[in-house]
Design a binder for this molecule. Structure first.
Ligand code: ZN
Ligand code: MN
Length: 261
């Protein structure tokens, strides 16, 4: 039978067998959002899916279909909604989707779930979805269910950040479509990146509050919040290795699993 870790690429019989064997199930959450002139709009989908795929392969896990829409893109973290093609969900909608998928997995006997997030604005709606699912199940009926939630960039090692940003790290919020995401995409899906088209009009300098009802003039016209100079596939591999190692270790520890080779 097919060796894939992707749940939707398997027949139900195989999914059932793997769940009975205790497979952790990864749920990547992404976004369909502008990522500058030089990258495709599916960056926040590709990155958490790739991380989940690699970790699942190492721990005997399954990867549920990635949620391709994220919570509303914000000017300070994704450029915002003014860029053509950026499509997003209200926080309450995304929370409800996460809740329903977690509940569905639980109903099928999954007791180890890992929500892998790829889009900054998804953080709180994802947490809310997990909380809603736990509330719906009821505190006395969880039957050993453990749900982990992670933002993939939080597993990048500080030493790797220092190597990539010897002149100072702009911070993850400003990394939208910048060196980290661009490098990871160059490592994973080089055909979706064209650095020759990159436009450098950042870094953005935001005020320390948000405006609603009017545009945010601080958003660079390119949609890149920081910079793309220095991006490379090699750096992308360093970043992906950190995240895959870190998440594998976390999953093995939290679920008391035996790692595979
Ligand atoms: Zn992104
Ligand atoms: Mn994003």
């Amino acid at each position: 039978m097919n060796e894939t870790v992707f749940l939707a690429e398997l027949p139900w019989t195989e999914v059932g067998a793997r769940i009975r064997a205790g497979a952790p199930v990864f749920l990547p959450i992404g976004a369909t959002e502008q990522h500058g002139h030089h990258m495709a709009m599916n960056v926040d989908v590709v990155l958490p899916t790739a991380v989940a795929e690699r970790v699942a392969a190492r721990v005997g896990g399954l990867v549920a279909p990635t949620i391709p829409y994220g919570n509303r893109s914000q000017p300070k973290t994704g450029g915002g909604r003014g860029f053509p093609g950026t499509l997003d969900l209200a926080a309450s909608t995304l929370s409800a989707v996460v809740r329903d998928v977690v509940l569905g997995l639980f109903r099928h006997g999954v007791r180890r779930i890992v929500v892998v997030n790829g889009h900054y604005e998804n953080i709180w709606p994802a947490i809310e979805g997990i909380e809603l699912a736990l509330e719906a199940i009821g505190p006395d009926r969880t039957d050993g269910l453990i749900v982990l939630r992670v933002d993939h960039w939080d597993l990048i090692e500080p030493g790797t950040i220092d190597r990539i940003f010897p002149d100072g790290y702009p911070g993850i919020e400003l990394e939208h479509a910048s060196v980290i995401e661009t490098s990871m995409m160059m490592a994973l899906r080089p055909e979706l990146v064209d650095l020759s088209r990159a436009v450098h009009d950042g870094p953005a300098k935001f005020v320390r509050y948000e405006r609603y009802g009017v545009a945010t003039p601080e958003v660079p016209a390119s949609g890149v919040l920081s910079m793309t100079e220095g991006s490379s596939a090699e750096k992308g591999h360093w970043l992906i290795d950190d995240v895959v190692e870190g998440l594998t270790a976390a999953v093995v520890r939290e679920f008391a699993l035996e790692p595979r080779k």
